[in-house]
Ligand binder design. Structure first.
Ligand code: ADP
Ligand code: MG
Length: 258
């Protein structure tokens, strides 16, 4: 599942990390692939990502096998991270002349999936619609779009959905926008509830019932290399992410039964 939105600061990384942690706490084997040169997901998952360290960059550009960079997250059984380093900033350009530049990640997954047996792979995208995000979409079955409950929330969404369509038409027929997650909801403002209502009326059942509240605990957790569920399990943010993960797992199970 690819977590994408070309806007920065909407909660992509926070959602990737906390949904992955929640799913692993439900007993699932989960991999987070960090595809943002900033490496915020790697930091939040306490995974080494100095420049030059083995990372998703070498997988995409130098054909290093994915399993050689996947590491288990400390104190989180079943949760794994494929880290990103600043080297990845160059990949956006280095990939351009390569054969199959849009499907490098897809190829890496194909060689890897049977070996590691993950229940979920969550890909954290950079804030752009460039080649890295295209690689993420080409490699995934589903797209999850986090939407921040603020003004301009829907700005850029048309473009994002068009890109999903293009990837589906040319690279990956199975791709769907399966999930929309409302993030940073501030219950005290009318604007937040208006945005949430607008998104629900547009996207219907694609939107998870669970809404992630704006919460200081959510923003503090990564600096301790923790998910909010381990940092403060009783907090509103932790409970909301657990609930969102439960809904996702339930939907996944329903699809598998169908
Ligand atoms: P993106 O990956 O889309 O750029 P992030 O997940 O990094 O966005 O979130 C942007 C900033 O907002 C970060 O500083 C993060 O800690 C903070 N943040 C994300 N979700 C919440 C939330 N529910 N409550 C409070 N702060 C949040
Ligand atoms: Mg991010």
């Amino acid at each position: 599942m690819t977590i994408a939105n070309q806007k920065g600061g909407v909660g992509k990384t926070t959602s990737a990390v906390n949904l992955a942690a929640s799913l692993s706490m439900h007993g699932q084997r989960v991999l987070v692939v960090d595809l943002d040169p900033q490496g915020n997901a790697s930091t939040a998952l306490a995974t080494e990502h100095r420049a030059g360290a083995p990372s998703i960059y070498q997988v995409l550009v130098e054909d290093l096998p994915l399993e050689s960079i996947v590491t288990e997250v400390p104190d989180m059984p079943g949760l794994f991270c494929a880290p990103a380093t600043l080297d990845l900033a160059g990949a956006e350009i280095e990939l351009v002349p390569m054969v199959g530049r849009e499907t490098r990640l897809k190829r890496a997954f194909a060689a890897f999936e049977s070996k590691m047996n993950f229940d979920y792979i969550l890909i954290d995208c950079p804030p752009s619609l460039g080649l890295l995000t295209v690689n993420a979409m080409a490699a995934a079955q589903e797209v999850l779009i986090p939407i921040q409950c603020e003004y301009y929330a829907l700005e850029g969404l048309t473009q994002l959905l068009q890109n999903v369509e293009l990837v589906r038409a040319h690279l990956n027929q199975t791709l769907t926008v399966s999930t929309i997650l409302l993030t940073m909801y501030d219950g005290r403002t009318r604007l937040a509830s208006q945005v949430a209502e607008e998104v629900r009326s547009h996207f219907g059942a694609t939107v998870l019932d669970a809404v992630i509240p704006r919460s200081v605990r959510v923003s503090e957790a990564p600096s301790y290399g923790q998910s909010v569920m381990t940092y403060d399990p009783g907090s509103s943010g932790a409970m909301a992410y657990m609930e969102a993960a439960r809904e996702m797992a339930y939907r996944g199970a329903a699809v598998a039964d169908a």
